[in-house]
Design a protein around this ligand. Structure first.
Ligand SMILES: Nc1ncnc2c1ncn2[C@@H]1O[C@H](COP(=O)(O)OP(=O)(O)OP(=O)(O)O)[C@@H](O)[C@H]1O
Length: 304
């Protein structure tokens, strides 16, 4: 069963259409929801959770209709909001125990699950201190813990890497991946940074101005193209000319030379030309697509 389905889901605010006839299906695993600021990512999550009504269209989460079956749906979903929303004067333990109790866990189970979950997200002794004194990274971890404490089947994580430095980002992305790998919980995670989702997601949905641009597996996004990326120690223009003279189709991308792949023999031919010319070979590998190219390819779509 799909984790999420939407069918012509639309949300109109007075001045902007945040979601425009969005039809998409999300399966199990870790799914990235990518889009620039204002693309409609948070709006989609809020509609799926019943926090804001859609204007038209339908959606389901874990088979529950969001309009008819909201309470059953929310019992099975965890939510990490984007913005800072934590009370400063209670500790992480007090807050997460409280939210676990709100989710229906008995007191002992709530305390036990809270300790396990805070440990899992990497909060130890500091979990007894008031949240007001926490760093941004620690606050993000508390928000993640409260999304997991009731053992949901799916979690919606809205920009979990927001405000984190590169090390904090890497740690958070690792935690997000482990939510699925260690506990089997499906994840919908948003980001405006394409590259970071590429690393941890099984599937990526790209939206822009509320419109679906693409939905496919990361493997499809980044599949090998029919080109080799070649980098040598010589001037790229001179090297490109030498490769072209040997009968290869070459285009330049900065210092990279992109050579059309006409079979395994292309590798040998590139190697021979490089050796004949006495160049050092820095790189010889299949060129891979990056998710960012989706936006480049859709430039006319994005800016009508
Ligand atoms: N309550 C609201 N009232 C009016 N307009 C809104 C409201 N909430 C969102 N919008 C608008 O809807 C559009 C989509 O916003 P949304 O927050 O879903 O985008 P987003 O992709 O999550 O971006 P961000 O990462 O910046 O939050 C934006 O143009 C935003 O200004």
């Amino acid at each position: 069963m799909p984790v999420i389905t939407t069918d012509r889901l639309t949300k109109r605010y007075p001045k902007v259409t945040a979601l425009d006839q969005l039809t998409v299906e999300v399966g199990e695993g870790v799914t990235g929801l990518v889009g620039a600021n204002g693309a409609g990512k948070s709006t989609l999550i809020k509609i799926l959770l019943g926090l804001t009504p859609s204007t038209s269209g339908r959606a389901t989460v874990l088979g529950h209709d969001i309009h008819d079956d909201g309470a059953a749906l929310r019992a099975r979903v965890g939510y990490m909001p984007e913005h800072d929303c934590l009370p400063p004067d209670v500790s992480a333990t007090e807050l997460v125990v409280h939210l676990a109790r709100m989710s229906g866990l008995p007191p002992d189970a709530a305390r036990e699950r809270t300790a396990d979950t805070l440990r899992h997200v990497g909060l130890y002794e500091e979990r007894y201190r008031p949240i007001g004194g926490y760093s941004t990274g620690m606050k993000q971890r508390v928000k993640l813990a409260q999304a997991l404490v009731h053992d949901p089947d799916v979690v919606f994580l809205d920009e979990p890497t927001n405000g984190l430095d590169p090390v904090g980002r890497d740690e958070m992305l690792g935690l997000v991946r482990r939510i699925h790998d260690d506990f089997g919980i499906s994840v919908l995670v948003t980001s405006h940074l394409l590259g970071e989702l590429e690393r941890i997601c099984d599937h990526v949905v790209v939206i822009d101005a509320g419109v679906l641009l693409r939905s496919s597996s990361v493997a499809d996004f980044t599949q090998a193209s029919a080109q080799l990326a070649v980098e040598v120690t010589a001037d790229p223009g001179t090297a490109a000319a030498a490769l072209t003279a040997a009968g290869l189709q070459v285009t330049r991308d900065g210092v990279l030379l992109l050579v059309d792949l006409a079979g395994e023999e292309t590798y040998d031919l590139v190697r021979d030309v490089v050796a004949d010319q006495g160049y050092g070979l820095v790189r010889l590998e299949p060129r891979r697509h990056h998710i960012a190219e989706v936006f480049e390819g859709q430039a006319t779509h994005v800016a009508p």
